[in-house]
Design a binder for this molecule. Structure first.
Ligand SMILES: [Zn+2]
Length: 319
C-alpha cells in the first residue's frame, strides 16, 4: 500500500493560541504548526517569523493587533525554510533580518525549498497566490546583532549558536525577561525536521550554547511554549535525545554496511515509542534519515530537496 505523500492529506486548520509570555512578549502556537512571536519595543514591534504566505501572516498580525498597534519595524527570520519566511510581504515597511548564511541558502536553494515545502505541507500555504516571490533579508549578520527596544525595555539579541537545523539558524534572546525564541533548533513536544541539518553540531555545541542561556521560557519552532526552567530543560534535552537516538541508530546501520531502508526501519522503531505520536513525526522521518545517511556517507552539506527528490525518498521509505 502506498501512503499519501507526506502531510498532503492533512488539511484541517489547527487551533491557535496567542500567549502573553511577559509584558509585550507574545507567542502564537498552533498545535505543532510553525510558531511565530513578537516583542514590543517602546515605539515599535519586532516580529519573529513570517509564516508561509502573506494571507496567513496577516491573520497572525490581526491577532497581535488586539494587543498592540505599534508598527512592525523589524521582521526576524530564524532560518530560510519557506514555511517561516514566504509571508514576509505582509510586514510592509519592516526591515527583514536573517543570518548571513540564511541569505546564501535562499540564493542557493530558496526556490527548490519553496516547491518542496508547498508539496509536503499544503495546509500551511493557504493563500499561496499572495506570495510575491522569494523572501530576502535586508540586513544580515554573522555572530550577533542587538536591537535596542527603547525606554526600559532592554535589548533583543539575535545570536548565531552554530550549525543545527540548517546551516544558518539564529535565535532571538530577550535577557530582560529571559525568553528565548529558538526557531527550529528546539521543539517542545513536536518531532524534529532534520532534512537540512547538521546532526553532530546540533546535538552537541549548538544545543549546549542554547542551554547556557538559562532561559525561563522557550518558544520553539513548533509545539507548546516551554514555561519554567524544568520545561525549558526538558524541551532542549528532548531535542537532543531525538537527535542522539537518530545518530546512534543510523550510524550503527550504516557502519554495518546495511541499507537506507534498514536505517529507516530501525530509526522508526527506536523513536516511535517516545515520539511517534508527536506532530510531524511520520511526515519528517524519511527526510531526516536520508540526510543523516548522507552525513555518514561524508556528504558535508545537505543536498537540495526538490519536489522530485521528496517523492523518490518518500516512496522508497514510507511505502
Ligand atoms: Zn525549519
Amino acid at each position: 500500500m502506498v501512503k499519501p505523500f507526506a502531510s498532503s492529506t492533512d488539511l484541517a486548520d489547527k487551533p491557535e493560541t496567542l500567549e502573553v509570555l511577559a509584558d509585550g512578549v507574545y507567542a502564537l502556537t498552533a498545535e505543532g504548526d510553525p510558531n511565530v512571536g513578537a516583542v514590543e519595543g517602546k515605539d515599535f514591534v519586532v516580529a519573529i517569523e513570517a509564516r508561509a504566505t502573506p494571507v496567513m501572516a496577516r491573520q497572525w498580525l490581526d491577532q497581535l493587533r488586539e494587543h498592540t498597534d505599534k508598527p512592525v519595524r523589524y521582521l526576524v527570520l530564524t532560518h530560510y525554510h519557506a514555511v517561516r519566511v514566504l509571508g514576509a510581504a505582509a510586514f510592509e515597511g519592516a526591515t527583514v533580518i536573517g543570518h548571513e548564511q540564511m541569505r546564501a541558502l535562499v540564493a542557493e536553494r530558496g526556490k527548490e525549498d519553496w516547491e518542496s515545502e508547498a508539496g509536503r505541507m499544503p495546509r500551511l500555504f493557504r493563500g499561496a497566490e499572495s506570495i510575491p516571490g522569494l523572501t530576502w533579508p535586508h540586513l544580515t549578520f554573522s555572530d550577533r546583532l542587538s536591537i535596542d527596544l527603547g525606554g526600559d525595555r532592554g535589548e533583543l539579541q539575535l545570536r548565531y549558536c552554530g550549525r543545527g537545523h540548517t546551516e544558518g539558524d539564529l535565535v532571538a534572546w530577550l535577557p530582560r525577561d529571559r525568553v528565548l525564541f529558538a526557531g527550529d533548533l528546539v521543539e517542545a513536544q513536536a518531532a524534529l525536521y532534520t532534512g537540512d541539518a547538521f546532526h553532530a553540531d546540533w546535538s552537541g555545541g549548538t544545543l549546549d550554547r542554547l542551554a547556557a542561556l538559562a532561559a525561563e521560557q522557550v518558544v520553539g519552532g513548533r509545539g507548546a511554549v516551554a514555561r519554567g526552567g524544568a520545561a525549558v530543560t526538558a524541551a532542549i534535552e528532548q531535542t537532543r535525545d531525538f537527535l542522539l537516538v537518530m545518530r546512534d541508530t543510523v550510524g550503527s546501520v550504516h557502519g554495518r554496511g546495511e541499507t537506507l531502508r534498514e536505517a529507516f526501519a530501525s530509526t522508526h522503531a527506536a523513536l516511535a515509542p517516545t515520539y511517534g505520536q508527536w506532530p510531524i513525526f511520520e511526515h519528517c522521518l524519511p527526510f531526516n534519515v536520508q540526510r543523516l545517511w548522507d552525513e555518514y556517507d561524508g556528504i558535508e552539506r545537505p543536498r537540495i530537496w526538490t519536489a522530485e527528490r521528496d517523492r523518490e525518498v518518500w516512496d522508497q521509505l514510507q511505502s
